[in-house]
Ligand binder design. Structure first.
Ligand code: DCP
Length: 230
């Protein structure tokens, strides 16, 4: 008979063998994460997990993103707990391909967005504590695959202009200062390594470039992402 421990480690081993090469695409709001993922649609053997934001805009008809921007203190906790759930679901989703490319991760939710809401007092310390306990439980008890992080690095003023131009209705009142804070939080997490947890090596791309030049920049990551697919 196997002990529980032995069975668990067997499952871990077999899960490890068949798991896909998993890439998170991270960067500020408007840094081009969706465009980056679309670039990889032309390749076989990659599963793209895009646009969790569409789920946040429509949960049984409720636009949680809009509620959160209109009244952050009231809805921040609800919104971030739903973000965590959608992220966990993406992390857990099994893929038929050897490569899995995800837009964001539960790590940026915690280290950038929840961190901002805690520091700015949008979240009550008790609400923050609950989200943080969930995060610790999820990252300690559930195996989250992570092999590479593509960081689409931008300048806050550049993405601020893009956000205004794309005019997503919920984001109309977003101030530049918020974009700057999110930038610093991404840098602290991915470049300055201020949190214990940076789950994978980081590839930094210049995402300030406009659409006509960005394809060349995206191509720089093809090798690292695709060599695992062959
Ligand atoms: N958001 C949030 N908390 C999170 C994740 C996102 O408040 N944990 C908000 C910020 C944006 C919206 O959700 O208003 C979508 O942000 P993303 O950066 O995830 O997606 P974009 O569509 O802006 O990415 P890109 O323009 O890079 O494709």
């Amino acid at each position: 008979l196997f002990s529980h421990k032995a069975v668990r480690s067997y499952h871990k081993m077999s899960a490890h063998k068949s798991r896909p090469f998993t890439v998170f695409v991270e960067g500020n709001i408007g840094s081009g994460k969706t465009t980056f993922l679309e670039h990889f649609r032309r390749f076989e053997d990659i599963t793209l997990l895009t646009e969790p934001v569409e789920e946040w805009r429509n949960l049984k008809g409720w636009n949680l993103l809009d509620l959160m921007y209109k009244d952050p203190s009231k809805w921040g906790m609800t919104f971030q707990s739903y973000v965590s759930l959608t992220m966990l679901e993406m992390h857990q989703r099994s893929t038929p391909t050897p490569v899995k490319l995800m837009e964001r991760s539960m790590f940026s939710a915690r280290y950038c967005f929840v961190e901002h809401m805690m520091r700015s007092g949008i979240l009550h310390p008790a609400e923050f504590a609950v989200l943080d306990e969930w995060f610790k439980f999820m990252t300690n008890q559930i195996h989250i695959d992570a092999d590479l992080i593509v960081y689409l690095k931008t300048t806050p003023s550049v993405v601020y202009e893009r956000i205004k131009k794309r005019a997503r209705s919920e984001e109309q009142c977003v101030p530049l200062s918020y974009i700057e804070e999110l930038h610093t939080l991404h840098e602290d997490w991915l470049i300055n390594r201020k949190h214990a947890e940076c789950p994978a090596p980081v590839l930094v791309l210049d995402a300030d470039l406009d659409l006509s030049q960005i394809t060349e920049e995206y191509k720089k990551s093809e090798h690292q992402i695709l060599r695992k697919a062959v």
